[in-house]
Design a protein around this ligand. Structure first.
Ligand code: ADE
Ligand code: ZN
Length: 336
């Protein structure tokens, strides 16, 4: 089987995906007109044309502006359903999806609007396609820790729907140490923990995420490569990195896909995974990211299978489910 076909055929998980970042320009346009929200664009094409970024912040400015069209329960249901449909098409059988409550609560759109909408779409995807979905509630790191603590409290009625907490938004100047208390509280409540670190920020932020926030996974983490001791720690402890190749190119973390270090990290035996981050803004969903590694980095079949297996190993699925998917992958690869 060709590598392209194998990418499509293999069951996969996606572990680093911001649901607000899957808002396609066409849906943004439709919701803006539904709610009478004025956008600084005069067509869907003009929205698409604006997706040129020089760094993380230039993207975040547009991303928060775009999220303003999400107002009622049906908007959030459409958003989640559109992404889960893409998962089905890409053979993503399990997804761990981040959402940013503060992006919505700050506009007067509360948990009672978006959580039931997410649940409805997740139930439908489970029933139609057998897909499993976990939610990761992410705190915005450019805001004070007390706001994150308030968000954790506001979410109380929905704790059973949430698997983990995360940390995203503007990394530089907002180190993990700013959020020690809220992560300790989340851990005490039984949540798994993840944090964006080492996307634009230095290896020191990854150390802090590990030592101070005690995270189970690092989101991005591509700058680990600058610190040999850190690489050894990640490898020895099997701490996964959820890497997002196309995101890193769009946000100029690397100048070109040919320079991306994901396969070096993989060949160094780190538990690296492939993810789309904000697919609507970065021009590709999960399989597009795998295909980019094939085209520009000459990823081979062994590396592909390792990356896909890592996506299950790094997930928060129960061990029996992980093992069952790993066995299915071995059978599929052996029988192709
Ligand atoms: N929020 C959405 N996408 C993000 C990214 N790539 N880094 C930090 N915060 C984000
Ligand atoms: Zn991200």
């Amino acid at each position: 089987m060709s590598l392209i076909k194998l990418i499509k055929k293999l069951p996969k998980t996606e572990l680093h995906l911001h649901i607000e970042g899957s808002l396609e320009p066409s849906l943004m346009w439709a919701l803006a007109s539904k709610h009478g929200v004025s956008l600084p664009f005069d067509s869907v094409e003009a929205i698409e044309a604006a997706y040129q970024f020089e760094d993380l912040q230039s993207f975040l400015d547009l991303y928060y502006q775009g999220a303003d069209v999400l107002r009622d329960e049906d908007d959030f249901y459409q958003l989640m359903m559109a992404y889960l449909t893409r998962c089905y098409e890409d053979n993503v059988v399990h997804a761990e999806i981040m959402f940013d409550p503060q992006t919505h609560t700050s506009r007067g759109v509360g948990f009672d609007v978006f959580m039931p909408a997410f649940q409805r779409a997740m139930d439908e995807a489970k029933q139609k396609w057998g897909m499993s979905v976990y939610l990761i509630m992410s705190f915005l790191r450019h805001l004070p820790e007390k706001d994150a603590i308030e968000t954790l409290t506001q979410a109380r009625a929905y704790y059973p729907m949430i698997k983990a907490v995360g940390l995203d938004s503007s990394e530089l100047g907002n180190p993990p140490e700013k959020f020690v208390k809220v992560f300790a509280a989340a851990r005490a409540l039984g949540f798994k923990c993840v944090a964006h670190a080492g996307e634009e920020g230095p290896p020191e932020y990854i150390w802090q995420a590990l030592d101070l926030l005690r995270v189970d996974r690092i989101d991005h983490g591509v700058r680990s490569i600058e610190d040999e001791t850190l690489m050894k720690r990640l490898k020895d402890e099997g701490i996964p990195l959820t890497v997002c190749p196309q995101s890193n190119i769009k946000l100029c973390v690397f100048d070109h896909m040919k320079e991306h270090n994901i396969l070096e990290l993989l060949d160094d035996d780190l538990c690296v995974t492939v993810n789309a981050d904000d697919p609507s803004y970065f021009g590709g969903y999960l399989n597009d990211n795998y295909r980019a590694l094939m085209t520009h980095l000459a990823m081979d079949e062994i590396q592909l299978v390792k990356l896909v297996k890592n996506s299950f190993i790094a997930s928060f699925l129960p061990p029996e489910e992980k093992n069952s998917w790993l066995r299915k992958i071995d059978l599929l690869v052996a029988g192709q």
